[in-house]
Design a protein around this ligand. Structure first.
Ligand SMILES: Cc1cc2nc3c(=O)[nH]c(=O)nc-3n(C[C@H](O)[C@H](O)[C@H](O)COP(=O)(O)O)c2cc1C
Length: 412
């Protein structure tokens, strides 16, 4: 499970009122931690447990974690407050069901209100977010699939569970999503949509420049920053094209995902899409050099006869430079400047050569910043005004949101 550090990130969650429904699945033990996480990000959380959830976890745990009385069936017909089923849905900014059992999903799809939580769902005026978790065979069951489709058509959001080993000993799709994916979904639901109707192109990851069929030159980019930018742009309402070099990550849900390998392929993909974009964010670590020659067969060690090997490299096309020379003035162009020292000075120098609207500069040698980690520490420099904003160390998802909010300021 990926922790977001430090507590206090999780942009969009602080101050929000979240009704947190817990149903009777084994993943309810994880829900306790997720509830704690929302509280840690500054949300007000009001938990509601079904009677079957109480067989797995107690309301005491959820009351202690949320700091408020966790409601259960015992509160449903409380003469002291007979209107929990109306008051709490009215109070909530967001209604979350985590985990959502097959049973609860079925009841919600059918509009049944035979306990406190299902009654609250009918009394809630917005769309709720369901986090299903169940055995893989249950999740694949056509009745469950149909019920999930019905929930979506009713305006609810259903976050697909993950694949992997489950408590029942089987493998399959049905695991409750990770804490990170949970927080992503909550943020997406709560965040404003300043990029609605805007089109954003994002490049991500490294490129691979082949030497022969088995070897290549690449770099340490993991693609995390670019993928978080794609998620953040979607969450703020944009339609997103993500052009990515090879990574180990599963792509976020975007409007178009283009998988490329070399710098040249990335350039071609960018060329194809760039004219219809409102914003282009170049987060990829594109190779500056590529082998002059690509061998058709694997180069054998014996072939160099102990003499060492000199590779002849040629420069690739600078994609950011190409975009800047072929841009429309209405577009917002965002560049990245990975530095190992003199951060602001070097980034300002780069802006002179490459007049982007926003430059995201980071010192990749600092702990918690740069390649392959979940956090980043960046300085944002506005191209026109040279206004500088140094952000603290943050989860890359939150860095991405800060960048996209700046994009929205430039575009709107
Ligand atoms: C040990 C155990 C684990 C269970 N895990 C799940 C689960 O992960 N997902 C699910 O949909 N049902 C699971 N069930 C079945 C539900 O508990 C059952 O359908 C119950 O009626 C759900 O009640 P609720 O939806 O009102 O909370 C499990 C049952 C047992 C005994």
């Amino acid at each position: 499970m990926v922790e977001r550090t430090p507590w206090g990130n999780g942009i969009g969650i602080a101050g929000k009122k979240i009704l947190f429904g817990v149903t009777g699945g084994i993943a309810s033990y994880k829900a306790a931690y997720y509830c704690r996480g929302l509280k840690g990000f500054g949300a007000e959380v009001s938990p509601v447990l079904t009677e079957n959830a109480r067989r797995f976890v107690t309301e005491l745990t959820f009351s202690a974690l949320s700091g408020v009385h966790a409601t259960t069936g015992a509160d449903a017909f409380d003469p002291g407050n007979p209107f929990h089923h109306i008051d709490l849905p009215r109070w909530a900014d967001l209604f979350v069901i985590c985990p959502a059992t097959a049973n609860f999903i079925g009841k919600a799809a059918a509009g049944i209100a035979d306990d406190l939580l299902s009654t609250m769902l009918l009394a809630y005026r917005g769309g709720a977010i369901f986090f299903p978790a169940m055995n893989g065979a249950m999740y694949e069951n056509p009745a469950v699939k149909r019920n999930i489709e019905t929930l979506t058509s009713l305006g609810h959001t259903v976050v697909e569970p993950e694949s992997g080993p489950m408590a029942c000993g089987e493998e399959g799709r049905g695991r409750l999503v990770s804490f990170d994916a949970f927080i992503h979904a909550i943020q997406s639901a709560l965040l404003p949509k300043p990029l609605k109707q805007k089109k954003v192109l994002i490049t991500a990851g490294p490129t691979r420049e082949p030497i022969d069929p088995v070897r290549y030159i690449s770099n340490r980019s993991s693609g995390k920053m670019g993928f978080e930018l794609a998620w953040a742009a979607k969450s703020l309402g944009a339609s997103v094209v993500l052009v990515s070099g090879p990574t180990c990550l599963s792509p976020p849900k975007v409007d178009e995902f283009v998988s490329v390998e070399t710098a040249e392929e990335m350039l071609n993909a960018v060329k194809m899409h760039k004219d219809r974009m409102d914003c282009i964010i170049m987060a990829a670590a594109v190779a500056d050099f590529t082998p002059r020659e690509r061998l058709a067969k694997k180069l054998k060690k014996d072939a160099v006869g102990g003499m060492g090997l000199a590779l002849s490299l040629q420069e690739t096309t600078d994609i950011l430079d190409y975009i800047l020379k072929n841009r429309s003035t209405k577009q917002c162009i965002v560049g990245f400047s990975a530095e190992t020292g003199d951060l602001v000075k070097n980034a300002l120098k780069k802006i002179e050569k490459k007049p982007v609207d926003i430059m995201v500069a980071n010192n990749v040698t600092e702990p918690g910043a740069g390649f392959d980690v979940d956090t980043n520490k960046v300085t944002l420099i506005m191209g026109k005004t040279k206004e500088i904003e140094e952000l603290p160390i943050m989860h890359k998802a939150d860095v991405a949101l800060r960048i996209l909010h700046k994009v929205a300021e430039v575009l709107n």
